[in-house]
Design a protein around this ligand. Structure first.
Ligand SMILES: [Zn+2]
Length: 304
């Protein structure tokens, strides 16, 4: 960790900006963090790295997967720091705010990142686990394609150091992060699911191996599902973690253990499968995860 002249200048400029924000009554803004990134783009490689870094990289702005991973790690006794937002500036801001000052051996940084911002953070923080493909619910095929392009570009460059947890129900994500140790998660087929919703994106209609038309056994959200290629035999691979939800019973089973399902829809099942898989990969015990989710469920019922 080398603290060079640019780093010192960035810290000084950000302190001045923080004081200015305070004096003008603006409170805390992200301006100081943006100034840091402009002066010292590799700032995040010059700070004291937390002992565990997890990044949730996704196309949607939904923070629920990041939040749930933070809850599961926090509940198991780790001190968790999470960014507020999904830009590189929100990550830098965490360190400027001094939230990460303590030299806590068990501290973990759990960040949510927009796919387009990944390059400003991942090469410097080198996460231990990157969770990719928190379900995107883009409103058009064009936006969907743009998001996929940034995810693909980003994951192509993730170096092999950490593990990458990928959405295994999407023919577009199963090949991402080719240079990393890849772990796939999936949500099992639900009763009554057919193949009537053809994927929005052209890329998902064709085989990623030979380019011929894919046949879907079932589809969901117009983008996910299980596909086979009649021409070359490619099929959606078997995932390492398969969530089997029972929406009525508010339960989801993973590797033979049943957990409380916090949100009784498929979208919630994806978020929870990804978060539980991430926690298990990080070494949290399944009994502990079960207890934390049960407590969270009781808490949310109490609020209603
Ligand atoms: Zn094929």
């Amino acid at each position: 960790m080398k603290r060079n002249f640019r780093y010192q200048r960035a810290i000084l400029a950000s302190s001045l900006q923080i004081a200015r924000d305070r004096m003008t009554g603006k409170g805390r803004t992200l301006t100081a963090a943006r100034i840091v990134l402009r002066i010292c783009p590799d700032f995040l490689s010059r700070i004291e790295r937390p002992s565990l870094v997890v990044a949730v990289v996704q196309a949607s702005h939904d923070p629920s997967c990041r939040d749930l991973i933070a809850d599961l790690l926090g509940g198991s006794g780790t001190v968790v720091y999470a960014n507020d937002g999904d830009g590189a500036d929100s990550v830098v801001d965490l360190f400027l705010r001094g939230k990460k000052k303590k030299r806590d051996q068990k501290a973990a940084l759990i960040i949510n990142l927009d796919a387009a911002e990944g390059d400003k953070v991942l090469p410097y923080l080198k996460p231990d686990l990157v969770v990719v493909g928190g379900l995107s619910l883009a409103d058009s095929a064009f936006n969907e394609d743009m998001q996929l392009v940034s995810l693909r570009k980003l994951t192509d460059r993730i170096d092999a150091k950490g593990k990458v947890l990928l959405l295994g129900d999407d023919v577009e994500t199963v090949f991402m992060a080719p240079h990393s140790k890849r772990v796939l998660y999936s949500v099992a087929r639900m009763e009554g699911e057919g193949s009537d919703h053809i994927p929005l994106s052209e890329d998902r209609k064709t085989c990623p191996v030979c380019g011929k038309k894919l046949a879907y056994e079932y589809t969901r959200f117009g983008r996910l599902g299980k596909a086979q290629c009649p021409s070359c035999g490619f099929e959606t691979p078997q995932a390492d973690y398969v969530g089997v939800p029972d929406l009525e019973a508010r339960a989801i089973a993973l590797k033979g253990v049943s957990y409380w399902l916090l949100r009784d829809d498929l979208y919630g099942a994806y978020t929870e499968t990804a978060a539980i898989a991430a926690a298990l990969e990080l070494g949290v015990d399944s009994a502990q995860i079960r207890g934390i989710l049960k407590d969270m469920d009781t808490l949310s019922e109490g609020e209603e």
